[in-house]
Write a protein that binds this ligand. Sequence first.
Ligand SMILES: [Zn+2]
Length: 113
Amino acid sequence: MHEMALAESVVSIAEREARRAGAERITSVRLEIGALSHVVPEAMRFAFSAVSRGSLAEGARLDILRVPGRAWCHDCGREIEISALGDACPACGGYSVQVTGGQEMRVKDLEVA
Ligand SMILES: [Zn+2]
């Protein structure tokens, strides 16, 4: 489960930000997860609560924002939204689709106390 490694990096990013702000603990973390990122939100929640134990982020609320998959269709020349890699263009049904966004996962912001 690669979410464990991702959760570790989320916790370390959050801790670095919290220390920089002089905070004692992290109360919530907002994560953006692209629809094409292969990160499973439920697995991420589980991994986060396991990995954050004993850190500044222990007990923090994890908010997950889903970011849609974006792509460019070469057949009809449009920017489109797709929900999975390999999807056809919803406008023309073509498969000459190049992914342009929605593959990333990032810490959007956090609240500290
Ligand atoms: Zn198209």
